[in-house]
Design a protein around this ligand. Structure first.
Ligand code: SF4
Ligand code: SF4
Length: 321
């Protein structure tokens, strides 16, 4: 008999680091363009999975000596190789028990090709310049699945002030994927917002491009809980995370790079590290939203993945202006 326990066991055996299961009635009240029930009418449950970034992937950036690993083995390896393989296997288990399964890794280009997929103002709304509903009762394709809300609904963790998804196992150090299924499964409870994030604002202070505002927030109500996170300036993040702040980027910045930094978005500096599956640009090593947050949560003893030594061993490096 197919149970939540069996699915979790299989997902972990295939390589997922954490698994949560939620019932889709928790999406009641979601905006239609972002309601994942529209992706698979009849789906009853969501199986969300976290795939950890090794803490060691950040070590070279923390030292200022080796930058490729986070982009390659982190972003690219997890999104494009690891997640699809695990989702395939777990989806097959669901199908073998007679249930439909719709796998969603973190690499689908459901956003617009102009990069506006990262802007909730644009993705949450019907945009006739992009696509149109096939009938009046449906949203326009593609529905935009908010990965972090999906994972929260499945009880995997909470959305921190930085807007990063935080799990009890790894804090902000993972990537997310999920499967929608018609199977009715025993759900996990959602993790109450504030369980991990204490609004310390370390992410705000350590973000190298001022992308996380201290006072401007987004508020939503999902699965019976109010959730609030910083209204991230995605344009600033798109530049900052590629090394837009020269004090946090030891690579030479050409005029071409400068032009890309000025226009944004996520493409800048891509050739500084050899291109790997569209990702080769996370030069800044998520200074605020991952590293500072992880250090804070580890210091508080809140994370299950324990290490023998502290991550930060000395004052972070900075290039001269
Ligand atoms: S650094 Fe602090 S405020 Fe920011 S997400 Fe982490 S716990 Fe929350
Ligand atoms: S990735 Fe970097 S620039 Fe973007 S929010 Fe995180 S710390 Fe700031």
């Amino acid at each position: 008999m197919l149970t939540s326990e069996l699915i979790k066991k299989e997902a972990k055996a295939q390589g997922a680091d954490a698994v949560g299961i939620g019932s889709l009635d928790r999406y009641e009240g979601a905006p239609r363009q972002m309601d994942i029930r529209q992706m698979m009418p009849g789906a009853k449950s969501i199986v969300a999975m976290a795939f950890r970034h090794y803490r060691g992937l950040f070590r070279g950036i923390e030292e200022g000596t080796f930058f490729t690993a986070y982009s390659a083995m982190g972003y690219a390896g997890i999104n494009y190789i690891y997640q699809p393989l695990v989702l395939w296997h777990v989806g097959k288990l669901l199908e073998d028990h007679g249930h439909d399964a719709l796998p969603v890794p973190n690499n689908f280009p459901w956003g617009n090709s102009d990069g506006s997929g990262r802007d909730p103002e644009k993705t949450a709304k019907y945009n006739p310049a992009r696509s149109n509903p096939v009938s009046p009762d449906k949203p326009a394709p593609d529905v935009f699945p908010h990965m972090r809300i999906a994972a929260y609904v499945a009880g995997l963790g909470e959305i921190g002030y930085s807007k990063m998804f935080l799990t009890p196992q790894f804090g902000p150090r993972q990537r997310l994927a999920f499967i929608l299924t018609t199977a009715e499964l025993e759900p996990d409870p959602v993790i109450k917002p504030g369980t991990l994030c204490d609004k310390c604002m370390d992410c705000v202070k350590a973000c190298t491009f001022g992308a996380i505002p201290k006072h401007k927030t987004v508020k939503v109500h999902v699965a019976g809980e109010d959730i609030e996170w910083a209204d991230i300036d995605m344009k600033r993040c798109g530049t900052g995370f590629c090394g837009g702040n020269s004090q946090h980027n030891p690579f030479a910045v050409t005029d071409h790079d400068k032009a890309e930094f000025a226009e944004d978005v996520g493409r800048a500096q891509r050739h500084k590290l050899e291109p790997v599956y569209m990702y080769s640009r996370a030069l800044e090593g998520a200074s605020g939203c991952v590293r500072a947050c992880m250090i804070h949560l580890e210091e508080q003893g809140k994370l299950e993945n324990k290490f023998e030594s502290k991550f930060r061993k000395k004052k972070p490096w900075k290039m001269p202006r």
